[in-house]
Structure formats: structure tokens, C-alpha cells
Design a protein around this ligand. Structure first.
Ligand code: G4P
Length: 526
């Protein structure tokens, strides 16, 4: 098959939600449709249970599960779908943000009882920043949820995006009858089932057909006709371009656990979702159908077994054909890298592959050559944009409790930071090391892994910091002057970039006002 055909038949997307909205359940149903798994229950949630938070064996087990299920490839009606799962737990939000850099679109799951929740809002902000096309799946219609119109309003308001329903529920909760597919005007009736059923789809050419009353009852038939009329009146026709530009989100209703409304969404998804597009590198724009291969690492997963320090780097292919065993240029390594152990991620098994195409994610076994954000290419130096670090929310100072193991500690910290577990800032004065994270859980992970994998013992001392701001200025002299006068608050990130460690919002504001020529950035990429 030609490179262009391979690209066109690929759809790479991420699935995101607030925990418990039904992301795992929906993933499983999508895999069932793709024939990638045979039975329900095969996909394990990547949630870290609250009660497992201090149970290390449990967290390790769950990390294992989450790597196995974090990328799933399957075929559906001639389309190669690459589904990237994201950790729902908010402490791993940074991991999710990075995963979103590797996808071309997103499916967002919302619970119809709870509506838009906080984690969904944050994730949507990241999608908006990158203009990622989003499809919403409003789940759990078999429960007494909120009014569908209210839910649509809430999505528009809280997620700050226009919506266009492409399916519509007929009743809800105990009396849920099914969904009407507004995209291709067919009716899918509800029969609770864990398996896929396509025989329940009725083609209704015209909603005024009296068959509708027989199928859903008089009251529901009237209501549906009224709703559809209203929707078609209120919402403009679905505009695919606007969706592809991230300006409008098509919305589907359904019940994932009952496999309802899922196929409507999947069929529409393969029709409208984007194939891999050009990507911005600092040097130039990279088109997927270029002959030469390029890609970037967006995630690194370490082996938890201390005897095997190998890691798996997740590579998103951006252009050309990736081939096993071919020497590729990494932006930092002096010698070309060659990968013999290249895995694709199918739903349950990892398998060795010979080649991969733009949109695909492959796993590379790595012994420490690759870092998050690194690019690989067929010769050219490329730096793909869009993998920034965000300012962490919790900061703690690293206290070395075993001076004999200082070297191990340094090495461990370096490797964990390369995996993107957290961010390390080193203060200009006294070389104090501070770790910044999005959640408390990472400190426990770091402490445990430093001990277990590197034999280094650390404790953490809380620090009263509000934000880490990357600083820059067009005026080098002013920047030097600022660094000198604020040197107690200046640190370096792992790339050696200058960071201003602000203690409070008010103080940061004051400093910003006093130094108008200094730019303060809340992400590392500016
Ligand atoms: P997550 O990955 O987004 O965190 O959510 P997950 O799929 O694990 O679903 C969270 C809970 O919601 C699960 O119940 C799941 O069965 C349920 N669920 C998913 N889809 C639907 C739906 O359409 N209707 C209803 N009523 N429930 C749904 P649980 O009790 O936490 O787990 P389980 O024991 O049922 O697996």
C-alpha cells in the first residue's frame, strides 16, 4: 500500500474523562467493535484506587496495567485506529497532557448524571491550546441523568466550545429507549447488552413514519419529533471543517456499559476524524507523506524491575515509513540509534513489528538514550513543538538521607525526570534541589523508586512555593540584572533553563509589575 494510503486510513486519538465517567468501559466497547478483544472485562482500568495509594505493590501492578493498555491499535472497517488511553487520576495530569501531543483528535467522555467535571475542564483547555478536534460522548443514559439540553449548555459554557448533537436520546434512565442518529438519520433501540448488536438498528427514512410510535411509544415518538425539529432549527448543520479546526464538538449520547450509542459514534468517528496532518517542528513544517521518517518520544516507561534498567520509549511517527533496524538520528545522541526491538501495541499483546506509518505509536526498548520530547529522524535535525512542561503545583526540597549514596541519588533523579515523573529545579544558590509535581502521589512514587531501583534514600521537605515561571527577556542585560537581584529565587530546570520560583500569587504580580521587561511563562515552551 502506498504511504499516502497508509496515512489516510489512520486515525490516532486519545480518550479522556474525569475518573469514573466511563472511559475504560467505552475503550473496551470500541475494542470489541474492532475485534481486538473477544470478551468484555478484558480491558483493565488504569485508575489508581484511592485505597491503593499507599500500597506499593498495588501501584506497581497498576503501572503495569496502564502501560499495557496505554496504546491500543485495531482495525475497523478498513481504518487503522490507534487509541491512546490517558491516566484519569489527576496526579498524573502531566502524563495526560503529553499524551495529547501525540494524538490527532480526542474523544471526551462525560457522565450524564454528573455533567462536566473539573478534570474534563482542565483537559479541554489543553485540547483548545492545540486546537485538537474533540468529540463528546455523554455516557450513562441508562441512569436518571440531567436534561440533555442542559448538558449541552453546560458543555458549551464550561468547556468553552460550540457543540452540535449528532445523536439524540429517546428518554433516559429506566425508560431509556435508544438514540436517534442525527448524522445518518437512523434509530438504534435500546436493549441492555454487554455484546455488540447491530440488528437493533432500524432505518427510519422519515420521522413522521407511524412505525416510530410502534417502536418507542406515542409519547416518546412525539417528543423525539419535537426534539429533532428543535435541534435542526437551533443548531446549524454539522460543519466538519469547524470540527477539524477544534471550533465545534459533535456530541453523542449513549450508555457505554450497555454498548449503546457507541457504534453510532465509532462509525461517525471514522468518517469525520482527522488522519495524521502536518506537524510543526522548530525548523520547519513536517508533512506526513514526506519520504523521510521522523517522529518524537512523548512518554517513557521504566521497567520496575531494578535488575533490568531498560525502558520503553513511546514514539509517535510523524512522517515517512519507520523501519526496524534502520539507523536513525536522535537529536542528542552522537551516534545513530538502531532499534531491533520495536513493538506495536495491540489490545492485549505486544508484537514485534517491521515497519510503522505516520499516526502509529511504537514502543522502542531503550537503555537511556532517549528523553521525553526527543525526536528521531532519517538524518535531519528536527525539534517537534508542543511537549512543554507546565508549572507544577506542589514543591518539595529533596533531602538526601544517605550521603554515601549521593551518586546513585543523582542518577536516579536524572532518570526519573527523563521519564517525566516530575520536574526538578536546582536553585542557583546552594544547589538545593526541589521537585515539583502536579499531585502528592508522585512524591511517594519517587521516594519508593529511588530506594527500590537506585538504593538512594530521600525525604522531602515541603516548600512554600506558588509557581515556577520560566523567564526570558529580549534585553539580555536586564535579564542578567534580574537574575542577580533575585538570585535567592532563581533556579534552573533540567534543561538548564532559567526559572523564577514565586512564593505567592501577590508577590509574583508585584515582581511582574516591577520588571515589565522580563517575560514570565507558565510553560517551558514559549
Ligand atoms: P473511568 O475509566 O472513566 O474511570 O470509568 P469506568 O469505565 O471504569 O466506569 C466507571 C463506572 O461506571 C463503572 O462502574 C462502570 O461499570 C460504570 N459505567 C460505565 N458506563 C456506564 C453506563 O453506560 N451506565 C452505567 N449505569 N454505568 C456505567 P463501577 O461500579 O465503578 O465498576 P464495575 O464494578 O461496574 O466495573
Amino acid at each position: 500500500m502506498s504511504l499516502t494510503k497508509e496515512i489516510q486510513r489512520r486515525k490516532t486519538f486519545g480518550i479522556i474523562s474525569h475518573p469514573d465517567a466511563g472511559k475504560t468501559t467505552l475503550t473496551e466497547k470500541l475494542l470489541l467493535f474492532g475485534g481486538a478483544i473477544k470478551t468484555a472485562g478484558a480491558v483493565k482500568s488504569n485508575k489508581i484506587d484511592t485505597h491503593a495509594k499507599s500500597d506499593w505493590m498495588e501501584i506497581e501492578k497498576q503501572r503495569g496495567i496502564s502501560v499495557a493498555t496505554s496504546v491500543m491499535g485495531f482495525e475497523y472497517k478498513g481504518t487503522k485506529i490507534n487509541l491512546l488511553d490517558t491516566p484519569g487520576h489527576q496526579d498524573f495530569a502531566e502524563d495526560t497532557y503529553r499524551t495529547l501531543t501525540a494524538v490527532d483528535s480526542v474523544i471526551m467522555v462525560i457522565d450524564c448524571v454528573k455533567g462536566v467535571e473539573i478534570q474534563t475542564e482542565k483537559l479541554m483547555e489543553v485540547c483548545r491550546m492545540r486546537k485538537t478536534p474533540v468529540i463528546c460522548f455523554i455516557n450513562k443514559l441508562d441512569r436518571e441523568g440531567r436534561d440533555p439540553y442542559d448538558l449541552l449548555d453546560e458543555v458549551e459554557e464550561k468547556l468553552n466550545i460550540n457543540v452540535r448533537p449528532l445523536s439524540w436520546p429517546i428518554s433516559m434512565g429506566k425508560t431509556f429507549k435508544g438514540v436517534y442518529n442525527l448524522y445518518n438519520r437512523s434509530l438504534n433501540l435500546f436493549r441492555p447488552s454487554q455484546r455488540k448488536l447491530s440488528d437493533d438498528i432500524m432505518e427510519i427514512e422519515d420521522l413522521s413514519d407511524a412505525k416510530l410510535e410502534d417502536l418507542v411509544g406515542e409519547h416518546n415518538a412525539d417528543q423525539l419529533r419535537e426534539d429533532v425539529e428543535l435541534i435542526e432549527g437551533v443548531y446549524p448543520d454539522f460543519d466538519k471543517e469547524a470540527y477539524l479546526n477544534g471550533e465545534i464538538a459533535p456530541v453523542f449520547f449513549g450508555s457505554a456499559v450497555n454498548n449503546f450509542g457507541v457504534q453510532e459514534m465509532l462509525d461517525t468517528f471514522i468518517d469525520i476524524a482527522p488522519s495524521p496532518k502536518s506537524r510543526h517542528a522548530e525548523e520547519r513544517e513536517v508533512a506526513p507523506d514526506e519520504n523521510k521518517f521522523s517522529g518524537f518520544v512523548f512518554k517513557i516507561h521504566a521497567n520496575m524491575d531494578p535488575n533490568h534498567r531498560n525502558r520503553i520509549a513511546f514514539l509517535r511517527i510523524c512522517s515517512g515509513r519507520f523501519e526496524r533496524n534502520k539507523p536513525y538520528k536522535s537529536m542528542r545522541a552522537t551516534k545513530p540509534l538502531r532499534f531491533s526491538n520495536v513493538t506495536s501495541f495491540m489490545a492485549q499483546d505486544k508484537e514485534i513489528i517491521e515497519e510503522a506509518f505516520p499516526g502509529d505509536i511504537v514502543g522502542l526498548y531503550d537503555t537511556g538514550n532517549l528523553k521525553i520530547g526527543d525526536s528521531l529522524s532519517d538524518g535531519e535535525n528536527l525539534t517537534f513543538k508542543g511537549i512543554p512542561s507546565f508549572s507544577p503545583e506542589i514543591f518539595k526540597e529533596v533531602i538526601n538521607k544517605d550521603a554515601m549514596k549521593t551518586k546513585q541519588l543523582e542518577k536516579g533523579l536524572k532518570q526519573l525526570m527523563e521519564e517525566g515523573v516530575a520536574q526538578l529545579f536546582t536553585f542557583d544558590i546552594g544547589s538545593r534541589k526541589v521537585i515539583g509535581t502536579v499531585g502528592q502521589l508522585q512524591f511517594e512514587v519517587i521516594q519508593f523508586r529511588l530506594k527500590n531501583e537506585y538504593n538512594a534514600t530521600v525525604e522531602f521537605a515541603p516548600m512554600n512555593l506558588y509557581k515556577a515561571c520560566w523567564i526570558s527577556s529580549k534585553d539580555k542585560k536586564q535579564l542578567d540584572e534580574f537574575v542577580r537581584s533575585k538570585n535567592r529565587h532563581i533556579a534552573y530546570d533540567k534543561e538548564g533553563k532559567l526559572v523564577f520560583m514565586a512564593e505567592s500569587r501577590a508577590w509574583l504580580q508585584m515582581v511582574q509589575d516591577n520588571y515589565p521587561e522580563i517575560e514570565f511563562h507558565f510553560t517551558s515552551e514559549f
